[in-house]
Design a protein around this ligand. Structure first.
Ligand code: HEM
Ligand SMILES: *[C@@H]1O[C@H](CO)[C@@H](O)[C@H](O)[C@H]1NC(C)=O
Ligand SMILES: *[C@@H]1O[C@H](CO)[C@@H](O)[C@H](O)[C@H]1NC(C)=O
Length: 331
């Protein structure tokens, strides 16, 4: 069997043995194929245009879906790498990540990923494109659809055959996090403090639920880190008791990818405690926030570069993964 005739993701025993044999011959570390933006150029040239079309349709119907798809990618990548683990449904015998604390009632976009996967399976005449790659490309296409920068997405990830609720609970930083905690969480995934700031610019899009900004709305005006008029509008959206799922936009233009998020932070108008930690915490990030607030182009460039780094966290390649036919369950 020639290496080129092997599927790039495989788990069944024969496939594992064949790959190990080829690895012996070629002295390539098992599963070490690098990700490559042109990965599907030959095996399924229709894949990327199909993903783009469905993302554009979904964002046209509901602009917030672009924000939700971007966040889905982040929550996939921070839990054991970008391996589509977040897409697995719970079953009576299996508990995955969907109901983990940072995700439950919060992460969205699964139906759009299902639609894309079905259309891509059709377009490729088979199960060729991994769910993890689809999530990564859908995030990029969402950013572009809402006016943000484009970039080439490295491809060739495999899908995990399992998921961990405990890891999801522990790996995704909470909105109560301090700057030090945010920085160390990102550092443990190979992302710098500059990456943390650039990637946080994703909060230029989308919404947060009351339960995630209530303490800030009611308790942070006295600390001088929350603008008075913003506090008033957050309180109006979020009673002290109840209304946990009421929404507030994360920046003044939640359907436009711009530098408004950073400009807001410099005016103490971050919606989440963790957002405002990037400015006024007296940290090294203050200067970057001010810079991005005034330089949309620099922000777009650095965001795109940081997204490529985030999309490359712990990719599953080679013999440890699979390509799921249905993103919700292992094959
Ligand atoms: C730095 C640490 C981060 C924290 C603490 C954080 C926390 C949160 C929280 C609490 C929400 C609101 C969820 C809800 O209320 O249901 C949210 C929304 C969002 N986050 Fe983050 N986030 C972080 C970084 C990121 C990154 C790196 C990205 C993407 C690159 C991202 C993209 C988004 C988007 C787009 C939304 C809006 C989603 C929607 O409207 O459906 N976040 N984030
Ligand atoms: C994850 O967090 C949720 C909510 O706090 C909790 O109910 C669940 O037991 C946690 N799961 C694990 C495996 O620790
Ligand atoms: C605010 O702080 C008080 C006292 O520290 C605490 O009891 C309360 O739960 C916090 N949150 C809100 C929404 O008031």
């Amino acid at each position: 069997m020639a290496p080129s005739s092997l599927p790039h993701c495989c788990f069944v025993a024969a496939c594992v043995a064949a790959m190990a044999f080829i690895d012996l011959l070629s002295a390539t570390p098992i599963g070490a194929q690098p990700l490559d933006p042109h990965f599907y150029d030959k095996s399924c040239p229709a894949a990327l245009p199909t993903i783009k079309r469905i993302v554009e349709e979904a964002v046209a119907v509901e602009p917030r879906m672009g924000a939700s798809l971007l966040r889905l990618h982040f929550h996939d990548c921070f839990v054991n790498g970008c391996d589509g683990s977040i897409l697995l449904d719970d079953t009576p015998l299996f508990t995955g990540e969907k109901n983990a604390a940072p995700n439950v009632n919060s992460v969205r976009g699964f139906e759009v990923i299902d639609r894309i996967k079905a259309a891509v399976n059709d377009a490729c005449r088979g199960n060729v494109v991994s769910c993890a790659d689809i999530v990564a490309v859908a995030a990029r296409d969402s950013v572009v659809a809402l006016g943000g920068p484009s970039y080439d997405v490295p491809l060739g990830r495999c899908d995990a055959r399992t998921a961990s609720q405990a890891a999801a609970n522990a790996s995704i930083p909470a909105p109560t996090s301090s700057l030090a905690h945010l920085a160390s969480t990102f550092a443990s995934r190979g992302l710098s403090v500059a990456d943390l700031v650039a990637l946080s610019g994703a909060h230029s899009l989308g919404f947060a639920r009351c339960t995630n900004f209530r303490d800030r709305a009611y308790n942070e005006t006295t600390s001088g880190t929350l603008d008075g008029p913003l506090a008033a509008s957050l309180r109006a959206a979020c009673p002290r008791v109840g209304g946990d799922d009421n929404l507030a936009p994360l920046d003044p233009t939640p359907a436009r990818f711009d530098g408004g998020y950073f400009a807001a932070l410099t005016r103490r108008r971050g919606v989440l405690h963790s957002d405002q930690q990037l400015f006024f915490a007296g940290g090294v990030t203050d200067a970057l926030v001010a810079f991005y607030g005034a330089n949309l182009e620099a922000f777009g460039r650095d965001f795109a570069d940081a997204m490529v780094r985030m999309a490359s966290i712990g990719p599953l390649t080679g013999r440890r993964g699979e390509i799921r036919y249905n993103c919700r369950k292992v094959d």
